[in-house]
Design a protein around this ligand. Sequence first.
Ligand code: ADP
Ligand code: ZN
Length: 737
Amino acid sequence: MRTPDIHDLLKTRFGYDEFRPLQAEIIQTVLAGRDALVLMPTGGGKSLCYQLPALCLDGLTLVVSPLIALMKDQVDALRANGVAAAFVNSTVPAQEARQVLTDARAGRLKLLYIAPERLAVPGFSRFLGSVNVSQIAIDEAHCISEWGHDFRPDYRNLRVLRERFPDTPVMALTATATAQVRDDIVEQLAIPKARPFIASFDRQNLTYIVRPKRRAFDALLDLLRQHLDGSAIVYCLSRQNAEDLAADLTNEGIQALPYHAGLEPAVRRTTQEQFIRDEVRVVTATIAFGMGIDKPDVRLIVHYHLPKTLEGYYQETGRAGRDSLPSTCVLFYGASDRHALTGFIEQIEDETERVRAWEKLRQMVRYSELQTCRRVFLLDYFGESSDRPSCDGCDICLSEREEFDATEIAQKILSAIIRTGERFGAAHVIRVLRGSRDRRLLSLGHDRLSVYGIARDFSRPELREIVSLLEHAGLAEQSAGQFATLLVTSKGRDFLRGREPLTLTRVIPAEADAPQPRPGVDHLDYDRDLFGRLRDLRFRLAQARNVPPYVIFGDRTLQEMAHHLPQSRESFSHISGVGRVKLDEFADDFLTVIRDYAESRGLAERPKPPGRRRRDRATRRRGSTYRQTLDLLLSGLSISEVSRRRGITEGTIMSHLERLIADGESLPLERELPPRERLSRIEQAFADAKSWNLTPVRDLLGDDFSYEELRLVRAWLDQQGRMKGKSSDGNAGRPPA
Ligand code: ADP
Ligand code: ZN
């Protein structure tokens, strides 16, 4: 069999220009007939690792997945790309299941999804004996291990697959695996030679934010209103919380549905379905929500209550932004939640379990009270060391800091800790400092202490913050264990004795709710208005076809449309996410909306440099239209002469030129450039606008400058940039240095 080019398949079948990290290596490994163990975070792009080889291999790819609810969506998404795929599980009627197996046997299917229990169904074994299986993919492979958090006894049956098909490559995939679970997977599946692929678990596109839990409902409303055009999950502690919150939000005009394990299965299914189909944007949920959710475009995850463990927190936040677009995770942190969890933990009878739960909670609290980068802390906690101390993608790194003289207030706080005997937690010490009439305080006689009421002019949250700054500075610390009491360290005592001035740095919370683009994260300046219209169209098309909207096109694809404004099928096909099949099926509908919009506003297309490999071919091919333009330009003709000679508009010649430059050709543009002084004004404007787009630059310069002129200078700058060693592809939206 000829080896198809996997880059070509990526574009023609899936519509993507480039592989995500590790995907190409993983695909090549299976194609070479080797087993693979794939560890990638949620959203890393695991499915493609077996879906693409499935198209290259002759026989059937068997995909085992425990999540029945997801199979249909996966299969829908594949079919939308013209890939022959099907599933059999307990929800499929017997007649239909038989037909699917017949199709598979006849070689009419490339991928077949099954649930693990299917292997125990009589008759399935016979089926396996009659079909040519060329690849076996085990999704959620951690389910095979008792060490994991999600053990499924049925997964132990998977071993028979290896025995049955000793020469067929097996790919095990998971997003969660400790070294122990990893070893277990390899052993249980009998794939000792599996090549491990471990991707970074750093979710670059997520911004982590912790906010004090004050007037939290109002803050939540604000947040959700800022994210109205995306989906959001709000995690709550209890079923009751989830119910109440959904009702409260709906009252405020934000339609929300609750989801928890106490609801009827049918209700849960409908809620999930409505969420996936964008019919409801907000779900308030307990941790029961998520396992079966494969929605790529969740833009906001809120933890309205403190999670019990960092593991859970990271997994839940991981459901944001699987499509790698910027997304936000906000945790509301307040002492009352901590107390509620403390209450839970006290009820755990088993001593070891209880101690473990304490430790987990302690880490969760540490994370919430951090004064340093949250991402670095998370990665470190999960065993991935980061070489950078900060990230530009958490509230701490995004915040401004201010120094303040804390000498006096620090003395007061530390004295109050000592005077109350170092036997109380922060809440009590703060009550003393603020002169509270709390009954317990009075009965302890703490109103008679000299420190009583000496910090009345500070608010409770202010004092809390300073206490944690003092801990951070090593002057105070919390004892471990159930009733965390505040202690003054020896460094703190030195400070009290020495009377040295003390300067502390406090974070001024950033308005970080709408995440700023971070370097290296997919980000486009797109037309929001048009994006909204394209989304409406997508929604209608999805409803008509009875599939989730993301199956039609992902958000990133719509954003590219709303940025590049493609006007022809050719340029539409360059948009990421548009493969051959979707081009045929959807180009007309979307082009109509885009053309109408662009026309009514007088907007022109901003061509997207096509994917690297395709570009190579088109511009290098002898006799191609690009080649002809190139040859004429190199022979000394000017752009307008080439245009006349070829009978093509200057605009089109310009777009050839841009593409040729993007492909690495060097063109003699100098003679076309405006005079020196004018040129430097344009250059400056590109730098000031921080954008490669013409409109903002034109706005800066005024009517004296034509778009054609700006476009030419942009091309020239691009060429210059490349010659200084910068990469030149995908430069749209990237400002010149
Ligand atoms: P995982 O299973 O690892 O959580 P998925 O396989 O669901 O991740 O992929 C997450 C999203 O990323 C999907 O919307 C998928 O279509 C998209 N994706 C996968 N590979 C690429 C790629 N090479 N380029 C662009 N998008 C991709
Ligand atoms: Zn950070």
